[in-house]
Write a protein that binds this ligand. Structure first.
Ligand code: KG4
Ligand code: ZN
Length: 378
């Protein structure tokens, strides 16, 4: 069978992932080994543990991805790996392994920015469905545990180019989900649990004013300011204050105790431990975050006369975010695309897909490159 087969490797945070994608548009295998159980007791990712778990998982995960794709190490055309942004030690595991593999197999190596990967997750799946009609300008909201960014994306002759026109000034949206979940005793990661609990509460019960998610450029050097910025640390503090003022601390501690022994938290086992006040708070928090993300993104889309919208990254798995974007973008006649839930959160298919234009342009990495924890997407 003809075509170009790219093996993608992703180890930037707490998922060890490998995938094989043909021609940037056909997903042949997608293996993700999650470390959630390792980090859960700490309520967040512990970098040293993440590196150790990647080391343990990388060889079998890549082997399985090759096997499931019905390819072999020899038949792969190139190896793509996440260079950054992410945890330096975690990135290095994927990079070292990718380098060794490329050297041993005498295959070219391609470096990919993790955020570009999230954008290409959407392209991969839409191309696979055969129904992608991207009209430019294309605006992409990348919203995950570590990032909340707006990019204007452009396809050029030798690959893609990006302009970062918005970003969070403090916490990322996913980080706010994780921190709020932690302070409410709802386990880690917070996104999926809050997503499931929110539908059982009243989103109008607690008022979070715009001041809680308003960004301030005070003290930010001009060069670091973007026109469409976000801020999510204020709402986290507002939730904390509400918990204290409303005397909810005891119920949080009781819930933490009850959930201690459970390694895989689900909405079903957390829901019976939440009173109405907690569910209302969770629903109101989510409504405020979703409305802010949607409003600011649509405002940027209007300002830039965007004709296509992508929403991607872990938080793009959120049901209310998807529904609200779909409804409000339709009102403006703007087509909006999301990845499937599986490709919203971290995976390596998106890395292999983002590498394809670089493969076509023969844009290969030399052996000297290293991890870039704060890598910028351009
Ligand atoms: O993209 P991702 O897997 O990793 C990063 O690049 O950061 O995103 C992980 C983030 C976590 O903060 C998690 O709580 C959030 O995505 N998340 C969600 C949902 N599923 C995952 N947030 C809201 N609703 C969800 N359903
Ligand atoms: Zn990510």
């Amino acid at each position: 069978m003809s075509g170009s087969y790219i093996l993608g490797i992703e180890t930037s945070c707490d998922e060890t992932a490998a995938a094989v994608v043909r021609d940037g548009e056909k997903l042949l295998s997608n293996v993700v080994s999650s470390q959630i159980a390792t980090h859960q007791p700490y309520g967040g990712v512990v970098p040293e543990l993440a590196s150790r778990e990647h080391l343990r998982a990388i060889v079998p995960v890549v082997r399985q991805a090759i096997k499931e794709s019905e390819q072999s190490y020899e038949s792969i055309d190139a190896i793509a790996v996440t260079q950054g942004p992410g945890l330096a030690g975690a990135l290095l595991v994927g990079i070292s392994y990718a380098k060794a593999l490329a050297f041993a197999l005498e295959k070219p190596l391609i470096t990919v920015n993790h955020l570009e990967g999230h954008i290409h997750a959407v392209l991969l799946e839409e191309k696979q469905k055969g129904n992608l009609q991207i009209k430019f300008p294309l605006l992409a909201l990348v919203v995950s545990g570590g990032h909340t960014h707006l990019f204007l994306a452009e396809q050029r002759e030798r690959g893609w180019a990006y302009a970062n026109i918005g970003r969070t000034r403090d916490d990322a949206a996913g980080e706010a989900y994780d921190k709020v979940a932690k302070l409410l005793g709802l386990g880690y990661p917070g996104g999926p649990i809050i997503d499931g609990l929110a539908r059982h509460g009243d989103p109008k019960a607690v008022k979070f004013g715009p001041s809680q998610i308003k960004h301030s450029n005070r003290g930010t050097p001009k060069a670091e300011q973007t026109p469409h910025d976000f801020s999510f640390s204020g709402i986290k503090t507002a939730v904390l204050r509400y918990v204290e003022l409303e005397g909810m601390k005891e119920s949080v501690i009781a819930r933490q105790q009850a959930l201690k022994g459970i390694s895989k938290l689900t909405v079903e086992n957390v829901l019976p431990l939440c009173d109405k006040k907690t569910l209302d708070l969770v629903a109101s928090f989510q409504r405020a975050v979703v409305n802010d993300l949607v409003s600011k993104t649509l405002e940027a889309a209007r300002g830039r006369e965007a004709r296509t919208l992508f929403v991607t990254g872990g938080v793009a798995a959120n049901s209310e975010l998807r529904e609200t974007f779909t409804r409000r973008a339709a009102n403006e006649g703007l087509p909006v695309y999301f990845p499937s839930r599986k490709l919203s959160t971290d995976n390596a298919a998106m890395i292999a897909a983002a590498a394809y234009p670089k493969w076509l342009a023969q844009d290969f990495a030399n052996a000297e490159f290293s991890a870039e924890a704060a890598m910028v997407l351009r």
